[in-house]
Design a protein. Structure first.
Length: 173
């Protein structure tokens, strides 16, 4: 393991209680490991934890990243206080909280449209109470998870936590 990665992996392990396989994979390139962990640390301050977890789950579902779905389910449950129902709703771009549902839905739309969201999409997220600065934060958080989804999908990262079951991706009305 490159020397530059050891301290970062130690920090990840201290935070999560173990070092997930994704980070072990990233350790082969300490610059990429640093980029990912710095991005995660910085973006952990832009929206509340449940909203970030909802975006992580919505984006990971949209990208079909089994590793990320398992990891974000674990984090949302163990550290985010989200219930199984909250997690299932987030995976389909929804939430019991209307504002959080708008963020998750918008993040999924950003991913599915490759950033080419419509005026209606923007009006809906604004109508839920998000400012333009907060919309930028939603996009940045979505892209953060898009990055790790792509890394894990390309790498076919081995699960080191329990897999999650599939969900009906039809958004409840």
């Amino acid at each position: 393991m490159p020397a530059g990665a050891q301290q970062i992996l130690g920090n990840v392990g201290a935070q999560l209680g173990f070092v997930p396989n994704m980070f072990k994979t990233l350790a082969s390139n300490p610059a990429v490991l640093e980029v990912v962990t710095t991005l995660q640390g910085t973006l952990s301050r832009v929206l509340d934890g449940r909203t970030r977890n909802s975006i992580a789950l919505a984006v990971s579902q949209a990208n079909g990243c089994g590793y990320c779905l398992a990891m974000h389910t674990h984090v949302a449950t163990e550290f985010g206080g989200m219930s199984d129902d909250d997690i299932k709703l987030a995976r389909v771009g929804s939430s019991g909280d209307p504002k959080r549902a708008a963020a998750a839905r918008f993040a999924q739309q950003v991913v599915e449209s490759r950033g080419q969201v419509s005026d209606t999409d923007l009006a809906e997220v604004r109508g839920a109470g998000y400012t333009d600065a907060q919309i930028l934060a939603i996009v940045a958080v979505a892209v953060q998870f898009l990055l790790t989804n792509f890394i894990n999908n390309v790498n076919q990262t081995d699960l080191d936590i329990p897999a999650v079951e599939s969900v009906d991706t039809t958004v409840p009305q």
